[in-house]
Design a protein around this ligand. Structure first.
Ligand code: GTP
Ligand code: IMP
Ligand code: MG
Length: 365
């Protein structure tokens, strides 16, 4: 049973939370991380401690899972070894021998190059330049780095063995559909495709072996860095919304200028970049983008996160029927427009803040 999890928007959809829940609940044998590299920032909680992971799989919260990083992922050895130490995963966390290596020169270029750092608004983690060197075929591979001796493996072979034995395998995507180099808001995108097919290729699993593709959406939308955000909330296009219209009223009462409401909104929703610390831009749920993302990802399952941020009364709720009527109809509208029922609904940052509708054929209405 192979499940791929991807982001359906601009990253930061809360995939870390969704993955850590599935890793704990379903107990997969192997959890393999795909995606671009250490530009990603996933937030995961284990025993009340918060981890902001950039390299190792979020599934580390399951102590028994083997953790693998696929050949498509760029590895920054310093970040990797620091995280292995912090998470105490030495002996069960390995990278594919063909992973490309990020060096100081890549990080330097990602910061000094105006196009990348200022216009695109990169994370300055060296990912773009390292992927460029990979295309030039000059990049170093993990198998050639002495610091990584003892940490390399053949990820496709390991996955193939587990799949043939009928074990559960979880494949973690990073970033989000709208940041895809192919399908995103080019040129304001990351340095590789982010859709499920590429995520599977990153770890060396062929498309016929994938059973489920779960696409994760925040109940609204956020974007960090430059580029278009069609449904962005700013002084000019504030649409009627339970929370946002309330916030505007509050801003008016507090004497806050309309133009500053966007920052206030990000602050209010605690939307701050995990890697860069930048405030995220915030917008209404973008149905057009979500539908397209479901189509290209070949989604079979839908996960919705941060419902509690829009409907604070739903914080920590674990049963669909306990959601407020407003939250229920908000969700049902999303499901109707996307043609897919939510199988996981996240109502808070903790692993247990989850409505799990995967069993018994989901819910009736
Ligand atoms: P990338 O897409 O790789 O950047 O990471 P990500 O999707 O794992 O998201 P990230 O951790 O960057 O941001 C999500 C934030 O929302 C984190 O601070 C999570 O702890 C938090 N979070 C996730 N799900 C929920 C939820 O349902 N409710 C609340 N309140 N917070 C959540
Ligand atoms: P890069 O991937 O560092 O080159 O950054 C390119 C664009 O993708 C910038 O707008 C970044 O903010 C965005 N980006 C890259 N990784 C993430 C992520 O994990 N979450 C959100 N945005 C990201
Ligand atoms: Mg993130």
């Amino acid at each position: 049973m192979v499940t791929v999890i991807v982001g359906g928007q601009f990253g930061d959809e809360g995939k870390g939370k969704i993955i850590s829940y599935i890793a704990t609940k379903d107990k997969p044998k192997i959890i393999a991380r795909a995606g671009i590299g250490p530009n990603a920032g996933h937030t995961v909680y284990k025993n009340g401690k918060r981890y902001a992971l950039r390299m190792i799989p979020c599934g580390f919260v399951n102590d028994r899972a083997r953790l693998l990083i696929g050949a498509g992922v760029l590895v920054d050895p310093k970040v990797l070894l620091k995280e292995i130490k912090e998470t105490k995963t030495k002996g069960r966390c390995f990278v594919d021998k063909r992973c490309a290596i990020i060096e100081q020169k890549h990080r330097d270029l990602d910061s000094s190059n105006k196009h990348l750092s200022e216009i695109i608004g990169s994370t300055k983690t060296g990912c773009g330049p390292a992927n460029a060197d990979r295309v030039y075929r000059t990049v170093k591979l993990a198998q050639d780095v002495p610091e990584l001796k003892g940490y390399v493996t053949d990820v496709p072979l390991e996955l193939d063995e587990a799949i043939n034995k009928g074990e559960k395998v979880l494949i973690e995507g990073t970033q989000g559909f709208a940041l895809s180099l192919y399908y995103g808001t080019y040129p304001f995108v990351t340095s590789k495709d982010t859709s499920a097919s590429t995520i599977a290729a990153d770890v060396g699993v062929g498309p016929t072996k994938i059973d489920d593709v779960m696409v994760t959406f925040k109940a609204y939308i956020t974007r960090v860095g430059g580029g278009p955000l069609r449904t962005e909330i700013n002084a000019g296009n504030i649409k009627k919304h339970v929370l946002w219209s309330n916030l505007l009223k509050k801003a008016k009462k507090d004497g806050i200028d309309k133009r500053d409401v966007n920052t206030t909104l990000a602050e209010y929703l605690d939307e701050k970049g995990t890697v860069t610390g930048r405030y995220r831009r915030v917008g209404n749920f973008d149905f057009e983008l979500a539908k397209y993302s479901i189509m290209v990802n070949g989604a079979t399952q839908l996960a919705v996160t941060c419902l509690d941020k829009l409907f604070p009364e739903c914080f920590g709720v674990r049963g669909f029927e306990e959601l407020s009527n407003n939250a229920k109809s908000y969700l049902k509208n999303i499901e109707k427009k996307l043609g897919l029922k939510a199988s996981l609904i996240s109502t808070g940052p903790d692993i247990n803040h989850m409505i799990d509708l995967r069993q018994n054929g989901g819910r009736k209405s």
